[in-house]
Design a protein around this ligand. Structure first.
Ligand code: AKG
Length: 413
């Protein structure tokens, strides 16, 4: 029951043998909707398309290294994630960090020299993406974002997308695009998949911009040759008997996957002949994927640290194995889910946008502190397992011995 204005049923040829009649539509593809380019407000195309081109010219669109069936591969499409400041998106074992979008009049984060976090050109483009998102959801910028773990309200059909994953591919620069394997639909820019980590039943809204063909010299005077258009492919998941759908997309068209379509179906992107951008607006499940969340986790772990302001020494408040296990879990989460992902993928964007730089430096410091705490934990555990050690066996209270041993040890590490 998401309300998108002026949507149309796609009129699409499915494959060589089937056309999309009403009964197949109702039974198999009812959650898909198309909004043709001409139904979008005047002026929007020009602004959005120039924003996409600027992102690409600034070098913001990069291929991601992802894990598919136990292999590390680069995506054929180049991507950038733009969205709510401090949000991340995890797909195919990779965490992407948002280039923050900014609302009109909003101050935004500044760096030490009080400069805005993003390059000014880029900042304008991010505002553009934010405005496009408002067009897609049919609402203004005045709503504050919903709690990241709860579905957005469906009252009055409003959707608060929290990010957009932008894709770009020029098929003329690609040598090895895979063939669509089930229906013979042609070359795929993105293979069959479900979008991961979305709030259940939330819609995905996609703006598609196919760049005009660059005329070859000899074509200048004559008519340019007809170019194959880009299409989005859909199929029922785990089913290759129901005809698959290949929906042609003209430049500027939007398509929407609503209700449970993303769960019940897979989609792919079928390459046309010219370069193409898409902006895929999502409501991502972010309960463990925001900077706010992970900073709170770091504070939880560091609460176990007592600092003596006079001696300027640090010690652990509790040496209980359960506390230390909790710290080790947070330490691992910070290292594997955030720092490594940032060093690997997120830091690439620091050239254009400094938003993540300071918080990630602080996170690295917190991680080092946790590392020291965990080393003490390992030491205390090794004392427990050294049950034949004469010093320990003579003591009645193991706990008090550990406290004596480990507290000063922490400060000397
Ligand atoms: O480009 C599109 O139309 C969709 C892209 C897509 O499926 C994705 O980014 O997951």
């Amino acid at each position: 029951n998401w309300c998108f204005p002026e949507l149309q049923k796609p009129m699409a040829v499915l494959n060589k043998f089937h056309t999309l009649n009403d009964s197949l539509w109702d039974s198999s593809y009812a959650g898909l909707a198309l909004r043709q380019s001409s139904a979008l407000p005047d002026g929007l195309h020009e602004r959005v398309q120039s924003a996409l081109i600027t992102l690409q010219r600034c070098g913001c669109l990069l291929r991601d290294l992802v894990r598919v069936r136990d292999r590390d591969v680069f995506t054929a499409v180049s991507r950038a994630l733009v969205g709510q400041p401090g949000y991340t998106y995890r797909y195919l074992n990779t965490r992407l960090f948002t280039i923050p979008w900014h609302c009109e009049g909003e101050e935004g984060q500044k760096d030490e020299k009080e400069k805005p976090c993003c390059d000014s050109d880029l900042r304008d483009q991010e505002k553009e993406k934010k405005e496009e998102e408002e067009e897609d959801s049919g609402q203004g910028c005045s709503h504050s974002s919903p709690p990241s773990s709860t579905p957005p309200p469906d009252v009055a059909g409003l959707v608060q997308f929290n990010m957009t994953l932008i894709n770009y591919m020029d098929p003329t620069a690609m040598t090895q695009l895979k063939e669509e394997p089930y229906y013979g639909m042609g070359k795929m820019a993105v293979g069959w998949h479900h979008d991961e980590n979305l709030v259940p039943l939330s819609p995905v809204a996609v703006y598609s911009y196919s760049c005009p063909a660059e005329p070859k010299n000899e074509e200048k005077e004559t008519e340019t040759e007809e170019k194959a258009c880009w299409r989005v492919g859909l199929k029922v998941a785990w089913d290759i008997h129901t005809p698959g759908l290949a929906l042609p997309l003209q430049s500027g068209d939007c398509y929407y996957m609503t209700d449970d379509l993303n769960q019940t179906h897979q989609h792919c992107v079928l390459a046309g002949d010219t370069a193409r951008f898409s902006s895929t607006h999502r409501v991502v499940q972010c309960c463990t994927g925001t900077l706010d969340y992970i900073q709170k986790r770091c504070s939880e772990a560091l609460e176990n640290l007592h600092t003596d302001p006079e001696k300027n020494t640090k010690s652990l408040k509790s040496l209980l194995p359960s506390t230390l296990q909790h710290i080790e879990d947070i330490h691992n989460e910070v290292e594997f889910e955030w720092l490594r992902q940032y060093w690997f993928q997120g830091r690439r964007y620091a050239r254009f946008c400094s938003w993540w730089t300071k918080p990630m430096e602080q996170m690295e410091k917190d991680w080092k502190e946790m590392e020291r705490m965990v080393r003490v934990m390992e030491f205390s555990n090794s004392c427990i397992s050294a049950k034949y050690c004469p010093i320990l066996t003579n003591h009645t209270s193991m706990e008090s011995l550990f406290i004596q041993l480990c507290r000063p040890l922490y400060s000397s590490l």
